[in-house]
Design a protein around this ligand. Sequence first.
Ligand code: NAI
Length: 464
Amino acid sequence: LPRIQQVCCIGAGYVGGPTCAVMAAQCPDVQFAVVDTDAARIAAWNSAALPIYEPGLEELVGRQRGRNLHFSADVEAAVRTADLVLLAVNTPLGQPGADGLGMAPPGLRSVEACARTVARTAKPGAIIVEKSTVLCHTGELIARILQDHGPPDGRFQVLSNPEFLSEGTAVRDLLRPDRVIIGGQPGSEDAQEALRALYARWVPAERIVTMGMWSAELAKLASNALLAQRVSSINAVSAVCEAVGADIAEVARGCGMDSRIGRDFLRASIGFGGPCLSKDLMGLVWLCESLGLHDVATYWDQVLRMNDAQTARFVRRIVRALGPDLSGASVAVLGFAYKAGTGDTRNTPAALVCGELLKLGACLAVYDPKVPEQQIRDYLVAGRAPATGLRVCASAYEAVAGARAVLVLTPWPEFAALDWARAHRLMAHPALAVDGHRILDDRALELLGFSTVSVGVRSSIADS
Ligand code: NAI
């Protein structure tokens, strides 16, 4: 079996950083070099202020860095000595329309660039692993680049090892993954076995599955599509709840107790966001269209449309509750990250809600425990929202002071635990509480004097 003593991970982002930190902790005899062309990001990984927030990550990196975990901007130097190269670069969607399909094709530019670097620099026999989420047959593309640009005796092995971590729980997910998938073409069994042996140090054998390359690539896309579909399904039911006077929390409980359905991922919300679910769904839709599977493409596309509709309906309900003239209305926004446990704001539904309210003239006071002020400003400006009415606050209480309404847009536990009586005293009256994630106790808030609007439950003020 190929012996793996040095691992190089290209891409020091939300996947590359935490993955190698956990692997380094579990494999003390293996050296891990995490490299990136973004020198500022690498400098942050080498500092006390890591470039991303994940619970438990700071301690983990602190323990391993300088021992068997290194961060560097010298990509080629790290690739040159690696026995195994992980490709964990970003794969953003490309420009729609260029290929005649009218939708965004998957962005493989970074993956291709890495494959060329690897072909030029890696040592013969190195194992190249797709960790980025890619469309089916990307492994073939990588293998071809390696063959065309590499040395004649290169004989690189290409594997697919998609990552299933969830932001906000990345360290826990990496330490105790539900499954590790290792895909390869016939003939790559030794390479698959070598990667399996690395994971087997801490992952139970029955959770490590090997399969064909295209199955592994598709398993990742399909997993995200199924997760997104589940969110859109429960959100679709939440719309019915609001109309008929049912409560989505009760309905979800009633459904989730069926073991065939299960309880997880059945929380209604303002819609999913983040760097993966929408992007991967769009990638799947593109793939289906390119294969001529139009009905299948339409099916998955509807999951995305349902998500957009959910956020839009939420905004309409806020506007109905506050009255049509929002100019100068003071609104507190609690949470801006796309989910709790992370400072990531990529594709966050909170930005859509804030952007719409700013366009209607509202004055927003935003607080998020993990998202820096500039990141909030940049994101809204990039979405062409007028930033004049925006104030970023250092606490939830500062944000609610003087506000007519408070919106919970990220389900951070600290918002559920807020002293809501104090918040009510600080706000203008009548005060409105809008819960985009069903983490607040509506009844308790109403007893304090709030009007309430919640996802998945009828509101006298928003749905009459
Ligand atoms: P990211 O954007 O946080 O990190 C990617 C890094 O790759 C960036 O720092 C960028 O500078 C670097 N990079 C890009 N091109 C490069 C090149 N040619 N050479 C060297 N470095 C380069 O992205 P993230 O979130 O870590 O995602 C990476 C991949 O993993 C994507 O395909 C994503 O779909 C997938 N994924 C992401 C998950 C998440 O929760 N963020 C979970 C599972 C998979």
